[in-house]
Design a binder for this molecule. Sequence first.
Ligand code: CP
Length: 326
Amino acid sequence: MNNAARTPNIQLDANGRLRHFLSIEGLNRELLTEILDTAESFAGVSERTVKKVPLLRGKIITNLFFETSTRTRTTFELAAKRLSADVLNLNISASSTSKGETLLDTLRNLEAMHCDMFVVRHGDSGAAHFIARHAAPHVSVVNAGDGRHAHPTQAMLDMFTIRRHKGDFSRLKVAIVGDIQHSRVARSQIMALNTLGAAEVRIIGPRTLIPPHAESLGARVCHDLEEGIGDADVVIMLRLQKERMHGALLPSEHEYFQLYGLTDKRLEAARPDAIVMHPGPINRGVEMDSQVADGPRSVILQQVSHGIAVRMAVMAMAMQTQGGGA
Ligand code: CP
């Protein structure tokens, strides 16, 4: 028996329902579709005068962000508040972690305060899995981005945005452009697109920013931007992850933009109705110019809005296995 067959998927409970949300890996199309459908049912809550539902009243959700974040942390907080949960934002730099307390001791103390869910962003790949393995049985863990490994809620809000604009995934050609090597977002997007049955996933970038054996991720590799986005329905631009680059992987940002930066002229290679996405934060003039970022085909700010509904869905589904939620 191989390891995968022997080891139960810790993301799922005995009935196959979501308990933790750590990675797209190991989740099937039905479950990803359930997340998208549940998010659709929550999308209207943001339009109401009273932007709340009572689903997680009495639950405590703690944001544990060991890395910087604008979009993910705030939309998780809004999502939890819209579900009527109480939210704690632990300021890591001002917490006892800075006095030498171990991560596990921090967790034990938060569990002693009866926290029901940890939303974790960490610079180390595998950090969210580690916390999930050591969390108390009543606690759910959601990965808000770990190292280069995974950013599953980002991938799901991207899938939600694509589905809203394009419907069925089975006819879609999706191009993901830029720093694939250091991108947890790209890894999660590629897995989600393949699980949801996208017709073709392409990754485009310089050789130094494409991981070895990239095809094994389930994507066609291309090094020329216009060829790679040719006839694409969806063009996803990625940020250069300079904080994770060691050594000179690029001659300069100016040269990168000349070769891989998205402009209106280059976008003509994609389908006329192609949408342009970016997980943020954008480096204008590096990954794309402002005409594209702010142009009619950009859905970048919609991605941010959709993050609230998708994170509500993930939290509600994971809490369902703990006696709350959807
Ligand atoms: N997309 C994303 O993860 O953005 P933040 O780093 O601002 O959370």
